[in-house]
Design a protein around this ligand. Sequence first.
Ligand code: AOF
Ligand code: ZN
Length: 418
Amino acid sequence: MRQALELARRGIGLATPNPYVGALVVDASGEILGSGFHTYDGLKHAEVIAIEQAQSKGISLNQATLYLNLEPCCHQGRTGPCTQAVIASGIRHVVTAMRDPNPLVQGKGIEQLRAAGIEVTEDILHDEARKLNEAFTKYIRWNEPLVTLKAGMTLDGKIAPPPGESGNPTPLGSSGGWITSETARAHVQELRHASDALMVGVGTVIADDPMLTDRTGLPRRRPLLRVIVDSRLRLPLESRVVKTAQDDVLILCSFAEERKKSEFEARGIRVEQVAVAHTASAAERSDKVTRMPSRRRTGTGAPVISETATGSSDGRPDMRSMMARLARMQITSLLIEGGALINWAALAAGIVDKVFLYYAPKILAGTGSVPFARGVGFRHMGEAAHVRHVTIHHFGEDFAVEGYIRDPYDFGAALKLE
Ligand code: AOF
Ligand code: ZN
């Protein structure tokens, strides 16, 4: 199973919006007869690749075992049901790591195998498998991308020194130099590689002029979608994002002035208007609640947002509408990379599933430096976003806190991960 997971990981960047799946066909003596992993453009599901490879050797599979990290599908998608291929192959034993969260499958694949007399062993390396396919799960179950909030900061939670006072000018502004180390930043590249889209506020582009690209050099089937939240189309035409746009930049705005819009569109940049976030009236709030999964109302793991927290009439695009928009583009995972306003807007809107917060052992202090999240903030400790199931990663002197605000396997409900 460890090898199956290893194979599945080779699909990172290539399998989306489908899951990462790796498969091995092994004979009674433990010899590997066939192996494969799924890529979306390759069409074939992992177990079919592995089975075909094993069959091409002309050996009977009657004593063979199939290891794969996801329950075989049992529905007609772009390919036929894998359960049928497994049953037809004569394989004796199937070992899986987790059930397919796709509502079309969800245990029915396992049932079909057992009904055909195949021995099935489930849940091997279950936690590892679930972590690998958390974005697919969020997307296929809830039709929203898995949202990870990423920030690099000082120990005292500052993401930049006071604007305009730093010594590291970029063509557009001055960001004050890097806070975290090169190794920590290389790890961010891995996060980008595993994401379908990246989002920043226009303020971050104006201050830092970032590229916002996946520079791992690893193959991906779709370019990383660079999403700029820009209420009033302030994005500078001379910014690096605009200059390097290749059908991979999307501006989400509240007000689209035609002339500016066409200037971006002439450069191959999509501009879309999104509903404006505003103080919810009681009626709208009850509407919002009915559209949410019912468990959210009682869930204690999801931040409970007060009206003052979400309320803003400053014309910023609504976070939930943006997530729905991205899901329609088959974006299964979104990495939010700041700045302070977007970070708060995302937390306040309750869209953040997990955080990846990088810390450098430095202290900036001062009221002028930029905090991780601006805005009114949560007003009571009881409202604070609670990060659970924390993993600490070390990068030399730097470290990162990876943790969950919501369980992507039980969206909206209290985190059961312990
Ligand atoms: C498997 N093995 O390797 C994959 C599975 O549109 P399709 O035909 O590619 O089907 C996609 C669905 O099939 C996907 O949502 C998930 O439920 C399952 N993916 N299943 O047995 C695989 N990639
Ligand atoms: Zn399948």
